[in-house]
Design a protein around this ligand. Structure first.
Ligand code: UDP
Length: 246
């Protein structure tokens, strides 16, 4: 990757947004944001703002796409035209088609798809504002939308990237770190099962750096997993309060 920026990490080991190398961006998560979807969630991770909605399990059209032994997961990752600095065409790009596929594959192992043969589970991920690492934030928030839809799952999927910037290994790269850093390794994990469901890598790392970066990303996923569980509990605590008031 080409280096155009002077320095992304200063002499005090502080990144441009004030974080230390092993720090996540500030994360805010809400579950049940949308009333019309079967399940939904919203995440802010740094400047990323992403909404996820789930419909299903439901009858699949056209029927010939139905799988006799399990549900079909259908995933659409989409960036709003206003989500990036240069207006993006609303038409699906090659990048969005690829990211939709990798997100579906990252989520599918977490779902008991065999419980719902011949149905579909539709997952919509709308990026309202992007600042690097949207596939990971998208997986994190979509996993919560699946849980909110009441779909039985082995574990929540938590996702986070780690990489190399200015020669240092860092957690949760933002847009400029992603574009001007030396390497980026997005990871999705089911932390309770220690099962990786997505691993990609862009750039160069030695084997030793790769292992350290992987461990850093795993730690990030575990922290995100705790925040996901808190967000789910917060939704059901609020529902319980409303029920008790009635
Ligand atoms: N991006 C952009 N315009 C685009 C696509 C991406 O400005 O059409 C930015 C956006 O901030 C995104 C970042 O580039 O988060 C990195 O994109 P990448 O393809 O690496 O995926 P991500 O890191 O978001 O999963």
């Amino acid at each position: 990757m080409r280096k155009t920026h002077e320095k992304l990490i200063n002499e005090n080991s502080t990144r441009l947004d004030g974080r230390k190398s092993n720090q996540l961006r500030p994360i805010k998560i809400e579950v049940g944001t949308l009333s019309n979807a079967d399940g939904s969630a919203y995440i802010e991770q740094g400047k990323n703002k992403i909404l996820a909605a789930v419909y299903g399990p439901k009858e699949l059209h056209p029927k010939h796409r139905a799988l006799p032994d399990r549900a079909l997961l259908i995933c659409r990752y989409h960036m709003a035209p206003f989500s990036v600095q240069e207006r993006k065409s609303p038409a699906p790009s090659r990048r969005e088609i690829e990211i939709s596929k990798v997100i579906r594959e990252a989520l599918e192992p977490s779902v008991f798809v065999e419980y719902y043969p011949r149905t579909s589970i539709d997952i919509f991920i709308e990026v309202l504002q992007a600042d690097g690492g949207t596939r990971c934030s998208g997986i994190t928030v979509a996993s919560l939308a699946l849980a909110d839809a009441g779909i039985p799952m082995h574990d929540l999927v938590s996702a986070c990237a780690a990489g190399k910037v200015d020669g240092q290994l860092v957690l949760d790269l933002n847009d400029i770190e992603d574009k001007e850093g030396e390497a980026d390794l997005p990871l999705a994990l089911m932390p309770n099962l220690n099962a990786i469901t997505l691993i990609q890598m862009d750039g160069d790392l030695s084997i030793n750096e790769f292992e350290q970066t992987l461990n850093l990303a795993k730690e990030g996923c575990k922290q995100i997993h705790a925040l996901q569980k808190d967000a789910l509990k917060a939704k059901y605590a609020a529902v319980k309060e409303v029920v008790e008031e009635k």
